[in-house]
Design a protein around this ligand. Structure first.
Ligand SMILES: C[S@@+](CC[C@H](N)C(=O)[O-])C[C@H]1O[C@@H](n2cnc3c(N)ncnc32)[C@H](O)[C@@H]1O
Length: 528
């Protein structure tokens, strides 16, 4: 075959395929050059085909994952897009959002000229711009518009984040911006201080909006916590009116290759009113279903450090009762939460055994499970001990600590897993994938009780509400609430009391109702 199948990127191949696609769809002047290797009747069959034949590496490196039609439809609905508005997808891929926009314009019998003037699409990738054009031309031709191969549309190759167009200039202003920006790591300096391109796209998207214009994006949920995303949270809470944040329930089903948790964000370019925000969950397996409800602004945006996206109405009560009920937070209770100091690649030379040297145990994340400290558990070639020396003295611990894993995923049964490490006369080291809690004053709660709380279903639920990535950061745990009558929990020991009963006793200490308690016990299975 002429192009040996285009696993590798080949612009000429896509040009010819697009023109053939246009020809069979009735675009005047398009010549049929090659056979179409897919069923053209399917929605965005061109984009689907591109996704199939382009290598996974290329798509991953360039953030090219196309949005399912149900989600496109929903964002168009949530932004209340009207067919007389100007609309843009500033990272348009194969043009899926624009195809649904066209459907609406066609239903309203818009003239070709209006379509040409009102619909905009940009992408950095020439092949995708060509595909979007072919999709638009073919769709309009099929619907009876007189489309020539040279009929112009506002679809162009652009780096939407580039100087002059996006970041620093205002060449365009739209009523509506729709899309699914690329999720790619970025250098914060070059991207308006954002760590990931999707956050830069939200900011640039807002810059492209008219006053009162709306933006509807599907983006990862990682911006809800972590210092890196403070700028985006600040924009969403202080600069614009954030109207909706809906969590996508099936993490890896909406896009077959995307592994991040995602949300559907809708905002308006005007001053925030600090009133209710629509939140909820969208289920994307099979039929698209959405459950929405209103939440107070103060539940969603706490401060610059934390955002919380309730997915169930009961979550609002939980947040109010646990985080906003005047309980002392961990960092004010005499407890200190830190991260293990040993970064393995920096301390490698201390792992090699040398004669006449003193060695101390080194504990890793695999040595800790929920309530389980397994000092002798081995994993791969990870060193079980580390050389003691003047240089690493300050990284050594002697006291009892409550260690907990720093990385966990939504699918795991528990997001927070911790266990006590007993005190040691000669000391020990903790690797950097573990966090730990220790007592700094006599008044601090006992670590045994903290172990019960840390591993409780209640804390797991609360943690899921305020976290959008795979990290369990010390910073997030520091704001967790300590119940008033914590001493009463001293009487309970795991293993000596039925687990469900213990969980309920913990709930009572936070003054939760029986219904709220049942909600937590049942939500373990659902994990939202
Ligand atoms: C996740 S895809 C979404 C495509 C389309 N909006 C959709 O929802 O199906 C993101 C797109 O952004 C494009 N892209 C990446 N960096 C870009 C940039 N700096 N400017 C414009 N487009 C960019 C990629 O080529 C890719 O097509």
């Amino acid at each position: 075959m002429k192009y040996q199948m285009s696993k590798n990127y080949n612009l000429q191949y896509w040009n010819e395929l697009c023109e053939s696609f246009e020809a069979v769809n009735g675009v005047v002047g398009a010549r049929k050059i090659m056979d179409i290797p897919f069923d053209i009747a399917k929605w965005d069959s061109l984009g689907d085909y591109y996704s199939q034949v382009i290598s996974k590496e290329y798509k991953g490196k360039n953030g090219q994952f196309f949005t399912p039609q149900t989600i496109v439809n929903y964002l168009i609905e949530s932004t209340k897009y009207k067919s007389n508005q100007t609309v843009a997808d500033i990272s348009c891929g194969s043009g899926r959002f624009l195809l649904v926009v066209l459907e609406k314009m066609i239903a309203e019998k818009k003239e070709l000229q209006e379509i040409q003037e009102q619909v905009f699409g940009f992408d950095i990738d020439s092949a995708l711009v060509r595909i979007t054009l072919a999709n638009i031309r073919s769709f309009l031709a099929r619907e009876g518009y007189q489309i020539q191969l040279n009929t112009m549309f506002n679809i162009s190759v652009q780096n939407s984040l580039e100087n002059g167009v996006g970041l620093f200039g205002k060449k365009y202003e739209f009523d509506c911006i729709l899309g699914n920006p690329p999720y790619l790591k970025a250098t914060p300096k070059k991207n308006l201080g954002h760590p990931n391109l999707y956050a830069s796209f939200v900011e640039v998207g807002i810059n492209y909006l008219k006053k009162g214009g709306k933006l509807g994006f599907i983006i990862p949920k990682s911006f809800v916590s972590g210092t890196y995303f403070a700028r985006l949270r600040q924009i969403l809470s202080k600069r614009v009116l954030t109207k909706e944040v809906i969590t996508l329930y099936e993490r890896d089903k909406a896009f077959s290759d995307v592994l991040q948790e995602q949300v559907l964000l809708t905002l308006e370019n005007r001053e925030p009113n600090f009133k209710d925000i629509t939140v909820g969950v969208a289920f994307t397996n099979g039929e698209f279903k959405i459950k929405k409800f209103l939440s107070a602004f103060s539940i969603v945006f706490w401060d610059e450090d934390i955002m919380c996206i309730p997915s169930h109405e009961s979550d609002i009560n939980l947040i109010n009762k646990c985080f906003k009920n005047g309980f002392t937070k961990i960092h004010n209770s005499g407890l200190k939460v830190s991260t293990g100091q040993i970064v393995a690649y920096r301390r490698k030379q201390y792992f090699q055994e040398k004669e006449k040297q003193q060695y101390r145990p080194l504990y890793w994340s695999h040595n800790i499970t929920s309530f389980g400290f397994e000092p002798n558990k081995k994993q791969n070639k990870r060193s079980e001990k580390m050389m003691d020396s003047e240089e690493v003295k300050s990284e050594k611990l002697y006291e009892e600590v409550l260690a907990f894993k720093r990385i966990s995923a939504k699918e795991q049964n528990r997001r927070i897993e911790g266990a006590l490490i007993p005190k040691s006369k000669n000391g020990y080291f903790l690797e950097n994938h573990l966090n730990f809690m220790k007592r700094e004053t006599e008044k601090a709660p006992s670590l045994k009780v903290m172990e019960l709380l840390l591993n409780s279903q209640l804390w797991d639920k609360l943690f899921r509400l305020i976290n959008g990535n795979t990290q369990v950061s010390a910073k997030e745990i520091r704001i967790f609430p300590i119940p008033h009558n914590i001493e009463s929990l001293e009487n309970y020991e795991r293993g000596k009391i039925d687990e469900k009963r213990l969980e309920k006793i913990i709930h009572q200490s936070y003054e939760l109702s029986a219904e709220e308690s049942d909600y937590i016990l049942s939500s373990r299975k659902v994990m939202v």
